[in-house]
Design a protein around this ligand. Sequence first.
Ligand code: IMP
Ligand code: MG
Length: 180
Amino acid sequence: MGLLDDVDEILIPESALQSRVRELGHAISSDYEGKEPLLVGILTGAFLFLADRLRHVTIPCQVDFMATSSYGVGTESSGIVRILKDLDQTIEGRHVLIVDDIIDTGLTMDYMLETLKARYPASLRVCALLDKVPRRRREVRIDYRGFEIPDKFVVGYGLDFAGRYRNVPFVCVLKPQVYG
Ligand code: IMP
Ligand code: MG
């Protein structure tokens, strides 16, 4: 049994991901021209998206990471956000772009925005690969969005279920028996 045997439905194929990621890279390159932005990846889910997109950013920029946690091993947010790893750099006066894999309830991003806003960045924007609109509990403005998806727990392209499936190269839904 391989990983792919657990896949029920592919929502976003690899080719669609790659072309959207390229578009976002180009948009960021032109919007941040002359500003040397700091891209803040939210670990662990955003690592593939950030890395792939970075290859299409053609202006000088820097990268840093934060790690947050709001999930246990299940598919429901605990609603409590914890910072597991903070930024290495100070962001005062910097143009900061937070990069996450998915905005679900919005609790994580809302917390991140409040936290980073208090450090006086020159600007603060949000880039998310996926947007699960129907689940939103906090309003979050997404400045760069990859795809809107329905209310389904998805994995692949960096997103996990219980730590697995991050290496699946497309975004998919797993068979119900896998979620348990
Ligand atoms: P939120 O705080 O509910 O918006 O959740 C944000 C975080 O939960 C994301 O950064 C993901 O790490 C995780 N998450 C939310 N929905 C999914 C999903 O469908 N698959 C995998 N991870 C998810
Ligand atoms: Mg995440």
